[in-house]
Ligand binder design. Structure first.
Ligand SMILES: Cc1cc2nc3c(=O)[nH]c(=O)nc-3n(C[C@H](O)[C@H](O)[C@H](O)COP(=O)(O)O)c2cc1C
Length: 250
């Protein structure tokens, strides 16, 4: 396996960040790598806020050493257009999707670059659990055409993790045509999640059964139903509408 693939295969999330700081040089390398990411139409309709403020890191970013907030952002593009006397339209769903794609790809490149330098990361949508107006104020985000999409927490772990989390392949990769899993194949996937060595959970098989669940996914679906708090959902809709990316229809 070459070094690039080794780096990608060693990616993992950490949540126990140590005090050890990331050097200025490494931070620059991560940012430069992130900026190399492909982007829609060469416009880079995203921005990166580098968070170094301890209070913010503790509050929003798992006490990481640094965090990079990747925002969908059309403000630089709008400013350039206005300087040249052009009027452009950006506030639609296609624009939001393109900006999101730019931001997400750049964030993933940052995690790979960091890992290649021995720095671990945690991708998080933690800001969407916060009052978004407060987040905009804390980061001084533009009030229009900017949305904090995804953050990358960076740092070193306090202790080594015993394993890498597993990944499922069946039903994820499709050749030529999408093929929905048969009931038997679905059972195979469910069984795959149960394999302790693949470590989809930090709980052992024994602990899961002791909790009264037959499968890891029984535990997963009973605990994480995907029902986010109503106020968080409303705040996301309201913010997307306020900043100009989303309009209520009907
Ligand atoms: C979009 C996105 C949002 C995430 N948000 C969180 C989060 O808020 N909190 C957290 O602990 N992990 C978060 N994660 C990390 C995932 O839980 C983690 O990547 C997944 O469990 C796989 O583990 P691994 O990265 O160690 O392989 C997020 C990952 C992604 C891609």
């Amino acid at each position: 396996m070459n070094e690039t693939l080794k780096t990608i295969q060693s990616l993992r999330s950490i949540r126990n960040f140590s005090e050890r700081g990331i050097s200025k040089e490494d931070l620059e390398r991560i940012l430069e790598a992130s900026l190399r990411t492909a982007n829609s139409g060469g416009r880079q309709v995203y921005s990166i806020v580098v968070v170094e403020d301890r209070e913010l890191l503790e509050k929003y970013f798992y006490r990481a050493n640094k965090a990079l907030v990747f925002c969908v952002d059309y403000n630089r593009w709008i400013d350039c257009a206005e300087r040249l006397g052009h009027k452009i339209t950006v506030g639609d769903i296609r624009g939001f999707l393109l900006g999101s794609e730019d931001a997400i790809l750049a964030a993933q490149t940052a995690t790979i670059a960091a890992k290649s330098l021995g720095i671990d990361s945690l991708l998080t949508s933690s800001l969407h659990r916060e009052k978004l107006k407060k987040v905009y104020n804390a980061l001084n985000l533009p009030k229009k055409f900017c949305f904090p999409l995804l953050s990358v927490c960076l740092g070193y772990p306090t202790r080594e993790l015993p394993y890498l989390r597993g990944r499922v392949r069946k039903g994820v990769v499709h050749y030529n045509k999408y093929q929905r899993l048969s009931p038997e194949e679905t059972d195979e996937v469910i069984a795959e999640y149960d394999i302790e060595e693949k470590h989809f959970t930090t709980m052992t098989r024994e602990e899961i059964v002791k909790e009264g669940f037959e499968h890891y996914l029984d535990l997963g679906f009973s605990r994480w139903k995907g029902d986010f708090p109503e106020e968080e959902i409303d705040d996301c809709y309201a913010t997307l509408e306020r900043v100009g990316f989303f309009r209520m229809v009907g």
